[in-house]
Design a protein around this ligand. Sequence first.
Ligand code: SAM
Length: 512
Amino acid sequence: MKSGEVLVIDLFAGPGGLGEGISSTTHSNGNKPFQIGVSVEKEPSAHKTLTTRALFRKLAKEPTAKQHYYDYVQGKITREQLFKLYPNEALAAQEETLKAPRALGIDNDLIHARIKELVSKHKGPKIVIGGPPCQAYSLAGRSRNAGNKDYKAENDERHFLYMEYLRVLTIAQPDVFIMENVRGILSAKLNGKVMFPQILKDLRNPGRVTKIKDTASYRIYSLVINAKNPNNPQYSDSADFLIRSEQYGIPQARHRVILLGVRDDIKKTPQILTRAAESITVKETLSDLPALRSGFSKQPDTTIAWEKTITKHSRQLVKAFKKIYPEEAINNLDLTPLLDLPRASSIHTNRVNNQVPEPLKGWLLDDSLGCVLNHETRGHIEADLLRYAFCAAYAQLNDGVSPKSRDFPEELAPEHKNWTTGTHADRFRVQSANKYATTVTSHISKDGHYFVHYDPRQCRSLTVREAARLQTFPDNYLFEGNRTQQYVQVGNAVPPYLAQQIGQVVLQLLSI
Ligand SMILES: C[S@@+](CC[C@H](N)C(=O)[O-])C[C@H]1O[C@@H](n2cnc3c(N)ncnc32)[C@H](O)[C@@H]1O
């Protein structure tokens, strides 16, 4: 690493959303000072994505090399060929991701040794980013666990994976750390006690917990609320640490706790993030991507069969809507299925008509990419397709509101015993065109019910690329692994564009 650069240690890295944003942070002189030294990730497909992206970053500095990356993502050469073409960069990328998926808590010897080596060689500032996995803290996780009478939070290793994080903090003693977690961390309890104040205490003084002497202590800041006393930041409400991503130029209501730890010897106070003037809608973010049709999962899947079914559905829907809505409203509704749609498309024909507002547009689009990545629909059962078309059309008639189960015509109700009880009132949700999206979670990998595309004529759930756009991954970011794994990766990530804004705050703080 060169002088003036900041060493980044990325833990629980997922597909690298946080790392992507931080490493894209640009100095006023055009330099990108944050250099990822190591990304630790245990899941093989996310690890593969991370390694491909690490290589991309190294190749992007040189036009011919960058073109070879495009050749790979366009399917002209294999990944192996790309890595062989650039052996030095490939080795560096593989070293960056520790040559294989690695788990904190299991591969500690190797991970800690690498971190120590990087830290000892690097004389400049360093930061630790990432958050321990959130399942045990997450609200959904807790309600799921509540039904399990043998579940004991204190025996759940995920509950204490943040100890691994503290351990790395004591080893690396970074200038700054950025810890991300789900909202549920604020209210998570252990033996009836809210854990968050203890987590803050631990993070302020990680050495006390890991019992490693003479280690640094930290002040912990919110990135959205100014501390009353910047030298000793305390917040009256733990929700002050919650970032509502939609307020910062992300087309998605993603509410996450992000803590900014600043080593006590660094006397500067971090600024807070600047709110965006306007929120960005789903349609603005997605409308230029190729239109696609959904597929059938349990019957022959041909374009002709799909068109026939969707035409039948649209007649059925118009009939149902006519019972409720005035004629004019129905006339404005276009349910005619789009014809000859493919299920996947890598050809970005509508690029020039994209509506993404700047600066997000400059962040997402890549003029040289020449294709669309990870844009392929899933198969669904025919009855769900009708429900998807209903959701999308209902939102058009109701100012973008997604229907609750009670709003569905009886004949569309799934055979689900909770359908009418209200406990699953939101079993289907359309991502309305003229609003920001709801949180893109890894649940998107299970089914598309919460992520229905706003266009009833396409009648489908979002593709990985569309979810990635809502998460603000640049279009040239390739997700490796199978489609389910790609969805999980996207749903788990920190929006890179948000991370880049956090990077700017850290850059200013470090005065480099
Ligand atoms: C919420 S995701 C992180 C997202 C990431 N910060 C981003 O911005 O893309 C958490 C990740 O931690 C990984 N993970 C879980 N336990 C781990 C462990 N013990 N060691 C390394 N990675 C782990 C999971 O596979 C998952 O990809």
